[in-house]
Structures are given as C-alpha cells and as structure tokens.
Design a protein around this ligand. Structure first.
Ligand code: PLP
Length: 384
C-alpha cells in the first residue's frame, strides 16, 4: 500500500499496518480510556482516548485515503460530523444548505444551530444562479448533498465550485457524500473543501454501527476539526472504528453490486405502466443523467418511486418479504422506507410538496441479495 495504490487496494489496506506488538494483521480494538506515560510529557503520542485512539487513527486514515484526502476526523454519528462542520462557524455567520438535504441535517441547522446565532438559506443547489444569488458577505459555508435523499437530485460539484469562485466566495464548500460513496464520486477532486459521511450507511455497510466522518486535505480545516473532535467530544468509539474499517475492506465489491442491482430494479420499475415515477440518476429519463455519468461512476443503491396512490403505497410498504421496512440505507440487506412518515417527517409539508416528496413515495435501499429475488419481492408487494 502506497500513495499510488488504486481504490480497491486502499479499501483493504489504507490506514492499517500489522500490529507492532503481536504482528496481528487486523488492527486491534484498543479499549482503553488512557495511556501510561513514562515520565512527564513522555508518551507514545497517546495521552487520553477522547483525544486519540489507535483504532480510530486507523479508520480515519482509511476513510481519508478513500476520498483522496490527507486527513479524516471520525465522529459518533453522521450528524455529529455535520455538527462539527457547523462548529467551524461563528454566531452571526450565514450558511447555504441544499433544499433537499437529509431531514436530520435540516433539523440540526434549523432547530439547534439557529439558536446559537447561525443564519441559513435553503436553495436548489443544482441551480447555480440561485446559489450565487443566495450568497451574502456573511456566508461562510455552502453545504450540499448529491445525490439527495430521497429525491436523488444532483448538484454539479465542479460547477458549484466555479460559481462560488466567480462570486468571490472565501468560505468552505462541504459535500455530504453518504449516498454516492467515494467509490462512485470523489468531491474533493471536483473542488470541495470538506467531504462528510454518515459512515452508518455504505462505508460500514452492515447496519451494525452508527458513525460519521469529515475528510479534507486542507491543514487549516483539519486542525480545527481535530480541535472540535477533542473539545466537544463526540468521538467514534473503538468498536465502531473497527466495524467501519471492516466494512470498507469490501466497499468496492459491495458498491459494484449495489450499482448494478439498483439500475436493474430502476429499469424494471420504469417499464411498468402502474408506476408513474421512478427516480434514479443512471436512468436515461433522469433530468440530470448527463451530469450523473460525468460526475459519478455508478448510481449507487438507492431507488425512489412513486405509485401515485398513497393508499396503495401504504399497503405495499407492509407487504414486502425480502425488503425490510426500516429507516436507514446502505447495508448489505435491502430496505424499504416511506420517507414522509419515517425519515423526512421534520421537513415542513409545503417544502416536501415542492420537492415531489409525496405520501405515495417509497425509497428502496437495494442490497446485495440476488436481484431476481428482489424483483420477485417487488412484484408480489405491488400486487398487495
Ligand atoms: C445523507 C445523510 N447524511 C447524514 C445522515 C446522518 O447520519 P447519522 O444517522 O449517522 O447521524 C444521514 C442519515 O440518514 C443521511 O442519510
């Protein structure tokens, strides 16, 4: 493993070296809160485990390498990672938020950070003119999500960077890359300053851990984020660090299958006459299909579709046998979610209506089971 190693090799090895003490090939889980010091100020770089932990160091190095970043800073959840980015700002600063960001991101900004003096504007970040028009002298952060959850709209990351530079923006461009993963999309190479993730989703990939990470190659931002990680204390635990690292060892294999199966299912749904609307970036009918192909390697595993009938959607949601009706996404097992009643309840109804986030929408997280079994399950649930 070296700087030139390709993505698949980085998935398996980056950030991890055999344990010096035992030769263990897998990074040990360091369950310790503190470290022996040989004398005052004499230690091996580890003093207290909120500040540093070797298992967390390893996963941070791994996740940074996957995004082509120099630094990774891991947090207790995706929202704790988002909160750390918001803590880079001061009271009175303004931020711009995509108009279809994850409901929890919106809730954090609107219900908590606003109380501490941050102001925000939500815009459609796929509209570069609208984005530029929303900039104020006090705007210090632009936070976007692409693809969005659950409507799978895209923003042109390189285009956003160009528009911000042209407008003289000197703040930070942060991209939530949870849906695409670094396998499908590398926002730092397209001009983002920060990339963040809910590692809970594809990076862990097995639905057995909650976590988050922020990665960057900017030393000034990394210094501030490590300070916030230690000072605010929302760290990723040693066990969760291990679980995320075990997940990323197969990220490339899983994402290949998620991409393939989701596209197959999206095409199958689109071919049906009883499903009026299917959302998936790699469908030719997606309004930003050209951007998807230019910016992403594959469309990832999320497919949303609208049956056009809220009652039918409700019946269907309870009829699946392989897809589990559950929140979250990105695991090896397939899940189905009704965004209006499950993940996006905190988004005001008027805003949901504008986005097309209707009562009859379902979101699939297509797992790595046999795709024919998944299609058979969809078929029987549609008959319900
Ligand atoms: C796109 C996106 N970002 C951030 C989060 C928040 O992550 P967590 O649930 O790990 O706090 C989620 C959770 O669903 C998400 O879907």
């Amino acid at each position: 493993m070296n700087e030139q190693s390709r993505f698949d090799t980085r998935c398996v090895h980056a950030g991890q070296a055999p344990d010096l003490l035992s030769g263990a090939v897998m990074t040990p889980v360091y369950f310790t809160s503190t470290y022996l010091q040989e004398g005052l100020g004499q230690h091996k770089g580890y003093e207290y485990a909120r500040t540093r932990n070797p298992t967390r160091d390893a996963v941070q190095g791994n996740l940074a390498a996957l995004e082509g970043a120099q630094h990774g800073v891991a947090f207790a959840s995706g929202l704790a990672a988002t909160q750390a980015i918001l803590e880079l700002l001061d009271g009175g600063d303004h931020l711009i938020l995509g108009n279809n960001v994850y409901g929890g991101t919106y809730r954090l900004v609107d219900k908590i950070m606003q109380r501490f003096g941050l102001t925000y504007t939500q815009v459609d970040t796929s509209d570069l003119a609208a984005l530029a028009a929303a900039l104020k002298p006090s705007t210090k952060l632009v936070m976007l999500e692409t693809p969005t959850n659950p409507m799978l709209g895209l923003s042109d990351i390189a285009g956003v960077r160009k528009a911000l530079d042209a407008a003289g923006f000197k703040g930070v461009l942060a991209v939530d890359n949870t849906f695409a993963t670094p396998f499908n999309q590398q926002p730092l190479s397209l001009g983002a300053d920060l990339v963040f993730h809910s590692t809970t989703k594809y990076l862990n990939g097995h639905s057995d851990s909650i976590g988050g990470v922020v990665v960057t190659s900017r030393q000034d931002l990394a210094d501030k984020l490590f300070f916030i990680q230690n000072a605010a204390g929302a760290i990723l635990s040693p066990m969760d660090s291990f679980l995320v690292m075990r997940g990323t060892k197969t990220l490339h294999l899983r994402m290949e299958r998620h991409n393939q199966s989701a596209l197959r299912i999206a095409r199958w749904l689109e071919a049906r006459t009883d499903i009026p609307k299917v959302y998936y970036p790699f469908l030719e009918s997606h309004p930003q299909h050209a951007l998807a192909k230019a910016q992403m390697r594959g469309g990832s595993g999320i497919v949303s579709f609208d049956t056009g009938d809220a009652e039918r959607t409700r019946r269907m949601a309870s009829a699946f046998k392989v897809f589990a009706l559950a929140e979250s996404l990105g695991g090896v097992e397939s899940l189905v979610c009704h965004p209006v009643s499950m993940t996006h309840g905190s988004v005001p109804a008027a805003d949901r209506a504008k986005l097309g986030l209707t009562d009859s929408l379902l979101r699939l997280s297509v797992g790595v089971e046999d795709v024919e079994d998944l299609i058979a399950d969809l078929e029987q649930a549609l008959k319900a």
